[in-house]
Design a protein around this ligand. Structure first.
Ligand SMILES: *Cc1c(COP(=O)(O)O)cnc(C)c1O
Length: 233
C-alpha cells in the first residue's frame, strides 16, 4: 500500500501539472485534504507532511478529531451539509464552511460564531447544473444569497463551492466547472469580494484547475478509498 506521504506528494504533482497546463501558478490552488472517515492518526500523518487544511463532512466526527489533534493547530473546513441543529457546532469549531445554501443557515452561523474568533469563512454551495435535485443554489439565485451573506457580521464570504455531476469525461467535467466559474466571475463583477472557488476532487481536479478552481478538495487520492458511509452519520 502506498503511504499517505506518497499519495499526498502525487496529488501535489497533479495540481502542479494541471496548473502548468492551464498556465497558472501552482500557489493559486490550495489543497484541502478531505479526511472524512479517516482516523485522527491519518490526519496527523498528512499533517506531518506539511498538510494544514482538512475538510470534514460529518460535523461531530470533525469536532472529535479537532479535539484529538488540537495541539497541531490545523485549519478545519466543514464541507458537508449543515442542518439547522448543527450550526452551533460548525460556528464554534470550524474555520470554514463550504456548503452554505440557505440564508437561514448563514444567519444562524453568523449569530453563533463566538465573538473571540475571527468571522467564519464561508462559501456558498452552487448547483451549477441547476438540477434542483442536489444541494446548492441554482446560478440565478447565487447573487441574491451572496449579497445577503456578505452582510452578516459573523461570516466572511469567500466564494463558491461546486460539485459537478459525476462523469469520467474530462470535457463534461470541464463544462460543469466552467459553469461554476462563470457564476463566480459574475458575482465578482457585481462587486462581491470573493477569492475562493472551491471545486475539484480526486477524479476531476485537473478539469477544475483548468476552469479556474482556487481550492481543490481531495480525499480518496490522499487517504485511499473510504468505507461506505452509514445512513445517519
Ligand atoms: C468526499 C468529498 C470530497 C472528496 O472526494 P474524493 O473523491 O474522495 O476526493 C470533496 N468534496 C466534498 C463535498 C465531499 O463530500
Amino acid at each position: 500500500m502506498t503511504s499517505i506521504e506518497d499519495k499526498l506528494q502525487r496529488v501535489r504533482q497533479r495540481i502542479c501539472s494541471a496548473c502548468a497546463a492551464a498556465q497558472r501558478e501552482p500557489d493559486e490552488v490550495l489543497l484541502l485534504a478531505v479526511s472524512k472517515t479517516v482516523p485522527a492518526q491519518g490526519v496527523a500523518a498528512a499533517a506531518a507532511c506539511g498538510q494544514r487544511a482538512f475538510g470534514e463532512n460529518y460535523i461531530q466526527e470533525g469536532v472529535d478529531k479537532q479535539r484529538q489533534l488540537a495541539h497541531l493547530g490545523l485549519e478545519w473546513h466543514c464541507i458537508g451539509p449543515i442542518q439547522g441543529n448543527k450550526t452551533r457546532l460548525v460556528a464554534e469549531h470550524f474555520d470554514w464552511a463550504h456548503s452554505v445554501d440557505r440564508l437561514k443557515i448563514a444567519q444562524r452561523l453568523s449569530q453563533q460564531r463566538p465573538a473571540d474568533r475571527p468571522p467564519l469563512n464561508v462559501c456558498i454551495q452552487l448547483d451549477a447544473e441547476g438540477s434542483a435535485t442536489k444541494a446548492g443554489v441554482p446560478p440565478a439565485e447565487a447573487l441574491v444569497l451572496a449579497r445577503e451573506v456578505v452582510q452578516l457580521p459573523g461570516l466572511r464570504l469567500r466564494g463558491l463551492m461546486h460539485i459537478p455531476e459525476p462523469s469520467s469525461s474530462f470535457d463534461a467535467q470541464l463544462a460543469s466547472h466552467r459553469r461554476a466559474r462563470a457564476v463566480y466571475d459574475e458575482l465578482r463583477a457585481a462587486g462581491l469580494p470573493l477569492d475562493t472557488l472551491s471545486m475539484g476532487m480526486s477524479d476531476d481536479l485537473e478539469a477544475a484547475v483548468a476552469a479556474g478552481s482556487t481550492m481543490v478538495r481531495v480525499g480518496t487520492a490522499i487517504f485511499g478509498a473510504r468505507p461506505k458511509a452509514g445512513p445517519d452519520r
